[in-house]
Design a binder for this molecule. Structure first.
Ligand code: GTP
Ligand code: MG
Length: 202
């Protein structure tokens, strides 16, 4: 029998630590008068049933999941505006408490499903009673609209067990475009409001 608790506990520690660190970025912005690029942060350790499903689907031997399954630890950062994502990516790149091993820009290159998000894979060190362990954490950075779409699409994928009928797939792709247009419109509105304010305060 596999000792999942033992394998996953450093991942839980990594997720807990990163949630605190990333929420602290938000708190630091809140102490200034600047707009915070981070709206909220969530995180989870992949449930064992999902680990087993994915290992089977992707033919990953259980001994290799710590290197080949990059999302055992997953942290998500939600932003108000698409432009905030770049700010967050820059903040992440500046940090010295972990290493970035991979970046995938699914905003410039959206997935066929319509999915958009910015992904970073981190090599994150956790300190344990038996020394330091470095492990992979998947960081997803997305707007509230991208998150709205991805959350619902994910639960539909789950309901249909990954076999969404093609007419629904098409509608989801269109819904993803609508979410993206909403993001663009919100950014534009914000830009215009900022401009108007600058004129008033001049
Ligand atoms: P998996 O998709 O996790 O098997 O690994 P991968 O190597 O293909 O990584 P990828 O960057 O494609 O996706 C990693 C994660 O992004 C997934 O576990 C999801 O959380 C999210 N994701 C990717 N594509 C989609 C999508 O079409 N819909 C939704 N809702 N989420 C997605
Ligand atoms: Mg994938």
């Amino acid at each position: 029998m596999y000792d999942w608790d033992e394998l996953l506990s450093p991942y839980k520690q990594a997720v807990d630590e990163l949630k605190i660190k990333l929420r602290s970025i938000r708190e630091q912005y809140e102490r200034t008068s600047k707009h915070t690029p981070i709206e909220f942060v969530t995180g989870r350790v992949k449930p064992v049933t999902s680990i087993l499903d994915k290992a089977k689907r992707k033919n990953i031997p259980l001994e290799e999941i710590d290197e080949k399954m990059q999302d055992l630890a997953g942290v998500r950062i939600m932003c108000q505006f698409v432009g905030d994502i770049d700010t967050v990516v820059d903040l992440i790149r500046m940090r010295t408490d972990f290493e970035i091993v991979e970046e995938r820009d699914y905003i410039k290159n959206k997935k066929n499903s319509g999915y958009r998000s910015y992904h970073m894979v981190l090599r994150y060190p956790v300190q344990t009673i038996s020394g330091e362990i470095q492990l992979l954490v998947e960081l997803q950075i997305r707007t509230l609209a991208m998150n709205f779409w991805a959350t619902i699409e994910h639960s539909l994928q789950y309901k249909y067990r990954g076999e969404i009928p093609s007419n629904i797939e098409k509608r989801l792709q269109r819904a993803a475009e609508a979410a993206f247009r909403l993001d663009e419109e919100m950014s534009q509105i914000r830009g215009e409001v900022q401009e108007a304010q600058e004129i008033i305060t001049r």
